[in-house]
Design a binder for this molecule. Structure first.
Ligand SMILES: *[C@@H]1O[C@H](CO)[C@@H](O)[C@H](O)[C@H]1NC(C)=O
Ligand SMILES: *[C@@H]1O[C@H](CO)[C@@H](O)[C@H](O)[C@H]1NC(C)=O
Ligand SMILES: *[C@@H]1O[C@H](CO)[C@@H](O)[C@H](O)[C@H]1NC(C)=O
Ligand SMILES: *[C@@H]1O[C@H](CO)[C@@H](O)[C@H](O)[C@H]1NC(C)=O
Length: 499
């Protein structure tokens, strides 16, 4: 009996240990399975020595310039090297959602690639990409702007991508140290989830809840359809720390600065001020272009002795519902499509607008009749609005003389105009403008007087070697900035004038 009891005790003890070991073992296994995701969570991120940011360029010069400034400010905030894509001159690229824009950047922005394709497809002559191939070109920003000054003053390293159009893992900039192994995309204009981007940890929770695919689908929904508009979301200053450890941040369009908010530190404020005053403001690094601008400025009477007037008539017309369609409803895009009466009205409106915009004392000087004893009065009496270069030159001399000796506020204008090169050659249309502002001169005048010559130096500039491109036209906006920046006042006319 005692034996039986002892056996039973023995068996019970054995059973107990068996259960204990199973429990312990399963515990152990549990411990062993859980860490697989948890080590991933707690894994300390790789420390990258140098971190980068870049963006996809689009839009006109002003958009690209804004994007660059934004990138520089982000470079300061995030302590990153800025990789600048080249500046596109000429026909602009429209804004697109990130994936399309990235696609466009690496294919349609790649001239070598397109040129090759267009030669292969020589038969397909109506391919839009091939036809417009010479309507645009790319040049390094540093050929126009002093980028080193930004780095020196604010310690923000800037490198340029002057070869290829690869970004992120495929970065083609030659100045990148080592290789890019980690890229994160941020584009608040395209991705809804980028405005609220949760930390890595939250990301996993989302993925855990919905499964990676479904969470992406839910969050991506608003950006699914084509031809969509940019989202109106923003990134807040405190969000940046979530991407602090990433090696390479690839932004989409960076032209809307308020979408990417930064901490308002004193350095950041100083940078912003500098970027609006003296850094990255003047495209003065291309010596021969600067020389041409300086010649024009000197001819107009010198720095701060003239004003600038820019008439974006096409924009004015396009924006005005009353004139932008003809009787049949077809769109009107240029001045020449308007009837003479409407052209006159438009010019009258421009004159009023210019008067409204210029400083009051200058406006008074312009509105007063020209002193009848002056050379200017005599010349204005003699000349009908004339387009002969000699007569134009006499007029300019008389204008400068009048300003120097009779009325120091009498306005001399450097006119930039998207309609015709020389308004004086079309007095029917420009009569109202010329009668109030007779001292109005253009690039066309300067060329006739031998004060502006773009043709002789361009072909020998090493950065202007895109054969077939009209560089004179491409560099026009830069020349205008250089000239206008040295005048007293800049008036830009592109609003609806009849409103
Ligand atoms: C900024 O980055 C550089 C390397 O790119 C590093 O040496 C420096 O310590 C960083 N500064 C700060 C404030 O993080
Ligand atoms: C922004 O959205 C894209 C697309 O969903 C995603 O790949 C990227 O990781 C997001 N960036 C951040 C910082 O969350
Ligand atoms: C135009 O001149 C006036 C007075 O000289 C000045 O107050 C104003 O800021 C100037 N405007 C521009 C756009 O330079
Ligand atoms: C005209 O357009 C320029 C750039 O497109 C803009 O900076 C300026 O404010 C506009 N002028 C007016 C009067 O709307």
């Amino acid at each position: 009996m005692a034996r039986l009891i002892r056996l039973t005790y023995y068996l019970v003890a054995l059973l107990f240990f068996l259960i204990l070991s199973i429990v312990a073992l399963s515990r152990y296994q549990l411990v062993n399975t859980v860490p697989t995701p948890s080590t991933k969570v707690t894994k300390t991120p790789i420390q990258f020595d140098t971190k980068y940011l870049s963006w996809l360029p689009h839009g006109e010069f002003t958009d690209q310039h804004e994007a660059f400034r934004n990138a520089v400010q982000l470079g300061k905030e995030l302590n990153r090297t800025v990789i600048a894509p080249m500046l596109r001159l000429g026909k602009p690229l429209a804004w697109q959602p990130f994936e399309q824009m990235a696609q466009t950047y690496s294919t349609l922005q790649n001239k070598q690639l397109i040129r090759q394709k267009c030669t292969e497809l020589a038969v397909v002559t109506n391919d839009q990409t091939c036809i417009t191939l010479n309507d645009w070109t790319e040049i390094p920003w540093s050929s126009l702007f002093d980028l080193d000054a930004i780095s020196t003053e604010f310690g923000i390293p800037i490198i340029e991508r002057t070869h290829g159009h690869g970004w992120g893992l495929d970065e083609t900039s030659e100045n990148v140290m080592g290789s890019i192994t980690d890229t994160v995309v941020i584009d608040v204009l395209t991705f809804m989830e980028n405005s609220t981007f949760y930390s890595q940890h939250q990301q996993r929770q989302w993925d855990g809840l919905f499964g990676r695919q479904s969470s992406q689908r839910i969050l991506n929904q608003p950006t699914q359809d084509k031809n969509k508009l940019p989202l109106k979301t923003v990134i807040r200053p405190q969000q940046w720390k979530d991407v602090d450890q990433r090696q390479y941040i690839q932004f989409g369009a960076l032209s809307s600065t308020p979408r990417y908010q930064l901490h308002s530190t004193p350095q950041q404020q100083a940078l912003r001020k500098a970027l609006s005053r003296h850094l990255f403001v003047s495209p003065n690094q291309m010596a021969p272009l600067k020389y041409q601008a300086d010649q024009v400025i000197a001819t107009l009477g010198g720095v701060n002795h003239f004003s600038s007037l820019r008439l974006n008539l096409a924009k004015v017309i396009a924006l005005d519902a009353r004139v932008n369609k003809d009787a049949t409803g077809a769109p009107i895009t240029t001045m020449d499509d308007l009837d003479v009466q409407t052209q006159k009205e438009l010019m009258d409106a421009v004159v009023l607008e210019v008067f409204g915009d210029i400083p009051i004392n200058q406006a008074v000087s312009a509105a007063m009749p020209v002193n009848p004893d002056s050379t200017l009065a005599r010349i204005l009496l003699q000349q009908q609005p004339s387009s002969s270069p000699q007569e134009r030159r006499q007029l300019l001399d008389a204008c400068i003389d009048y300003r120097q000796n009779i009325e120091e506020r009498y306005p001399i204008y450097y006119l930039v105009n998207d309609h015709i090169p020389s308004p004086a050659s079309q007095p029917d249309t420009y009569g109202p403008l010329l009668s109030f502002f007779p001292c109005l001169f253009t690039k066309s005048d300067m060329k006739h007087w031998g004060k502006l010559d773009m043709s002789t130096w361009i072909s020998s500039s090493p950065v202007l070697q895109d054969i077939g491109v009209d560089y004179e036209k491409m560099l026009d906006p830069m020349l205008d900035i250089l000239i206008s920046g040295q005048g007293i006042n800049i008036t830009i006319m592109n609003v609806s004038l009849f409103a």
